[in-house]
Design a protein around this ligand. Sequence first.
Ligand SMILES: Cc1cc2nc3c(=O)[nH]c(=O)nc-3n(C[C@H](O)[C@H](O)[C@H](O)COP(=O)(O)O)c2cc1C
Length: 149
Amino acid sequence: MNFKLIYRSTAAPNITDRDINNILETARKFNSKNNITGCLLYYKNEFLQVLEGDEKTVLELYSHIEKDKRHTDVLLINQEHSKVREFSNWTMAFKELTDLDIAHINEYLDIPKFNKLVDLSFYSTLTNKLFHYFSQTIVFETMFKKHLI
Ligand SMILES: Cc1cc2nc3c(=O)[nH]c(=O)nc-3n(C[C@H](O)[C@H](O)[C@H](O)COP(=O)(O)O)c2cc1C
């Protein structure tokens, strides 16, 4: 069965756009070869990522990611088996969130910082909702950029 893992982390203070592009390039290459899908959100120096795929592959990848110097305070929010993939078409979707995005999402989720998700007992539902919301936004924006809509 498919496996899904969600974590948050703090970006290294000196992180650049180039570093983020490098992360995405590595991620998309590895993930497409290993049938991993997911989404990476970035907001005010925090990362929130969901990784989906075969359990062993996802856990192995996470153990590499945890040691990556481009971020710190890597905290696992949730891991679970799941029948469906939320990001089946994405080797690694990426979105840098704006204050407006956060304002929208806070209409039904109060998440000033991703950190807060770790403390909440119902985090799983929250993070799923969050990713669901942003996957819609990402799809919309990508289509918009390609003038498909
Ligand atoms: C926030 C963040 C997200 C990452 N996501 C992925 C990913 O989805 N897939 C991937 O292969 N590497 C990802 N990486 C890169 C890995 O940490 C690591 O560089 C990569 O697995 C290569 O491993 P190695 O540096 O030990 O050779 C990510 C790194 C960071 C900082």
